[in-house]
Design a protein around this ligand. Structure first.
Ligand SMILES: [Zn+2]
Length: 396
């Protein structure tokens, strides 16, 4: 919601008026000088919308404000053009509404278009969340990154490296929505004061690393040639793409990283296809390049990559991980019931490369159980299990 600065207003005053953490208002208006507001300037107030309201018989601005648990001045602020003493029945005014509900509906077939719509909506209601693009997929879809928090501890979460594990995207988007809601409404999540997480950490999220692959699994092959014929051929003539993990060129993005890539390549298919093909060389695919460049640029203290399935958390790589990885994974296991597994015979994954090059904690979290793509009936159970990991990833 936007408001227009009046004589004597300050961001501090707005934080009192709307019961919002001042930092969230500051971070929603990064381009302005907080101590030099000028009259008529537009300020974004996070976590609120201004709703149209038609004045009913017996209404006053005072009663309208009181019925919504708002100070009178909050209603006056968004109705600067009306005379509060001459309210007419039938007149349209604005009323600030505190958003206390989720905007993201995660329990559905959740493709790239849905995700982008949700990101735009979240960004407009919660402008302290920053959105940028880390690169483009093979088909030219922007790969978005979301940033939440002001802290010095830089943490990264990603989802949908693998196309048929797309349920990880709505699970992660639901967490983002719940985190944003708890920040503006000052609610606890599982007893945790999230404003402290916001102060201490800076959370980077790439909710869909592989948009083209996810579209393939959910919506089928693209209309446009040559891609349509090409992917059907890579899928051995089948038009059912439910076991497709790779990007649109048939390269498995989580076998693309320079961490024993040759070993991984040697034991895997040597041609493009639905899964496990590591590409002609490490980082040959734009989605993997975007992730590698982001990771180098941001200098993360810790990364979590979300996959399905198995209810396990991989936390080691060639004994290069730091001792704190084990402490963190034990907390993840405690809060989720998932099983920590140090290593399996597997290389060239994103978390492998992160541990190898930075010697910092990296995790692959395998959500749920069953056959990929996991059914949406598992959504709520998965979310309840992994919520503890999302939080522990920030507070540990
Ligand atoms: Zn996976």
């Amino acid at each position: 919601m936007d408001v227009i600065v009046r004589r004597g207003d300050s961001l501090w005053y707005y934080s009192q008026l709307f019961h919002l953490n001042l930092q969230l208002i500051l971070d929603s208006n990064r381009e302005l000088q907080p101590n030099q507001l000028s009259i008529g300037q537009r300020i974004r107030i996070p976590g609120f919308v201004a709703q149209d309201y038609q004045v009913q018989p017996g209404d006053s601005l005072w009663s309208i404000a009181r019925n919504r648990n708002l100070p009178l001045d909050a209603v006056l602020l968004v109705n600067q053009n009306i005379n509060p003493n001459q309210l007419q029945v039938g007149q349209m005014i604005k009323v600030p509404i505190r958003i206390t509900w989720r905007l993201v509906q995660g329990r559905q077939f959740y493709d790239y278009t849905k995700m982008m719509r949700d990101i735009r909506q979240l960004q407009s209601v919660y402008p302290f969340m920053q959105v940028s693009t880390i690169g483009e997929s093979v088909l030219g879809n922007d790969i978005p990154e979301l940033l939440i928090g002001n802290g010095t501890k830089r943490i990264h979460y990603n989802a949908s490296f693998h196309a048929n594990e797309w349920i990880t995207t709505p699970v992660l988007m639901t967490f983002i929505n719940d985190y944003l809601l708890s920040l503006t409404n000052q609610n606890l999540i599982r007893g945790i004061v999230t404003s402290r997480l916001y102060e201490q950490t800076s959370l980077s999220i790439v909710p869909m690393v592989n948009p083209d692959g996810v579209s393939l699994v959910i919506n089928g092959p693209p209309e446009a040639e040559p891609w349509r014929s090409r992917v059907v051929e890579l899928n051995r003539g089948r038009t059912d793409f439910s076991d497709w993990k790779a990007n649109i060129r048939g390269v498995d993005l989580n076998d693309q990283f320079p961490a024993k890539w040759e070993e991984e390549r040697a034991r895997n298919p040597d041609e493009p296809g639905p899964r496990d093909y590591g590409g002609e060389r490490p980082l040959s695919e734009p989605e993997a390049v975007a992730m590698a460049e982001l990771t180098r640029r941001r200098d993360f203290a810790r990364v979590l990559a979300f996959h399905t399935q198995g209810r396990v958390i991989y936390w080691g790589y060639e004994n290069l991980e730091p001792p704190e990885s084990e402490i963190i994974v034990n907390e993840f296991a405690r809060v989720s019931g998932y099983e920590p597994v140090k290593t399996i015979e597997s290389w060239a994954g994103y978390k492998d490369w992160f541990i190898q090059d930075w010697r910092r904690p990296g995790f692959t979290v395998e959500l749920g159980r069953g056959v990929n793509p996991l059914p949406l009936t598992q959504f709520d159970e998965i979310y309840q299990d992994v919520l503890g990991i999302f939080l522990a990833g920030l507070y540990m």
